[in-house]
Design a protein around this ligand. Structure first.
Ligand code: KG4
Ligand code: ZN
Length: 342
């Protein structure tokens, strides 16, 4: 069975073709990072308009790379939410158009389910159940994943998401958007403990997080310096920030593995591309004789492959999850807990 996946929830247009027997056939991606960089964050209206410009050429690219005809697909999966309403509407309306033209059913996929299942796309996938750390620009959650749609929330951020903390802190330091990769790169040149930043909720009894105080600590550190910040100081602040975020994320993952008695940890979402986080988690699981699984770097941030894959999993398990009525609604706010198990 071949599923076409369409992602357009934020600032990446992603298209992919996934075959349940052969695996991923192709994927094509356009990132709008350069478009939004001068505004220091995603501008929703610009995002929607750019999805419109990119989506058809990307579809052509994905079909050409896979050497298949559109008529050969069995279903179309598109991100139905959560995300920016206008951006989601572009992907959903294109999915409905193709579905209507070809007479193929449509599956509305939850963006976070896409991220959560993305490590299953790799050649050495984890098996259910596992603990998942979902760390993106909008979410920071620890989840027990027992199957497709079987997600138990173990803990989450009480304020900013980890990626949001990266992006906001980077902005305070005068770094370009998106801040995550920039801070990560700078931190490698920084000296540890020159800036000792707080580890919010490190010792709390639960599996929740809080990152807004860390951003304030970065602001305080920046304000104490004479402007403009020296490169070396920037690197040291970045190092202090990354060390703090990584220590908290790593400690809570260890706690989640201990409490659930599970031995597999899956990391998903954009911050999962972070090198320092990966190094720390690798060490932590090795000590506990557990295993950690990451999506390929290309599938950490938003992409069409994870949407095609999540759609295919659902469609294979229950074809009635797809619709042939080509009206469509998007769900900009859509709690993951509302998903049905399959
Ligand atoms: O999953 P994603 O592409 O989009 C959302 O669904 O939010 O995640 C984007 C977030 C941004 O906050 C970005 O700064 C962060 O992931 N990010 C990183 C890295 N690469 C992307 N954060 C830290 N280190 C990275 N290497
Ligand atoms: Zn995402």
């Amino acid at each position: 069975m071949i599923v076409l996946g369409i992602e357009s929830s934020c600032d990446e247009t992603g298209i992919a073709l996934y075959d349940t027997q052969k695996g991923l056939l192709s994927h094509a991606l356009y990132s709008q990072i350069a478009l939004h960089a001068e505004y220091g964050g995603v501008v929703p209206e610009l995002a929607s308009r750019d999805h419109i410009r990119r989506i058809i050429p990307l579809l052509k690219e994905a079909f050409e790379k896979a050497s298949i005809e559109p008529s050969m697909i069995d279903a179309i999966a598109c991100t139905q939410g959560p995300g920016l309403a206008g951006a989601l509407l572009v992907g959903s309306s294109v999915a409905a158009g193709i579905g209507f033209a070809l007479g193929k059913p449509i599956i509305g996929v939850h963006h976070l389910e896409g991220h959560l299942l993305s490590p299953l796309l790799s050649s050495n996938p984890p098996s259910f159940p596992f603990v998942a750390l979902l760390v993106s620009g909008g979410h920071t959650q620890l989840m027990k994943v027992s199957g497709v749609g079987q997600y138990e929330l173990l803990g989450e951020t009480l304020d900013d998401a980890a990626g949001e903390a990266f992006d906001k802190s980077a902005k305070l330091m005068g770094l370009p958007y998106p801040g995550g990769p920039e801070i990560s790169r700078l931190a490698e040149q920084g000296t540890p403990e020159v800036f000792q930043l707080p580890r919010p909720m490190l010792h709390s009894k639960d599996l929740n997080f809080s990152f807004s105080g860390l951003k304030t600590a970065v602001l305080t550190a920046v304000n104490k310096q004479t402007a403009p910040l020296a490169e070396e100081t920037k690197a040291d602040i970045a190092r202090g920030f990354v060390d703090a975020v990584v220590e908290v994320l790593c400690a809570k993952c260890a706690k989640a593995l201990r409490e659930t008695k599970l031995r597999q940890l899956v990391v998903a979402g954009g911050v999962g591309a972070n090198r320092q986080l990966r190094a720390a988690l690798d060490q932590m699981v090795a000590k506990r004789r557990c295993k950690v699984y990451y999506p390929e770097i290309a599938f950490c941030t938003d992409n069409g492959a994870m949407i095609a894959f999540a759609g295919a999993m659902r469609f294979k398990a229950d074809p009635s999850c797809a619709t042939r009525s080509y009206g469509f609604t998007v769900r900009p706010r859509w709690p993951l807990e509302e998903l049905q198990a399959v």
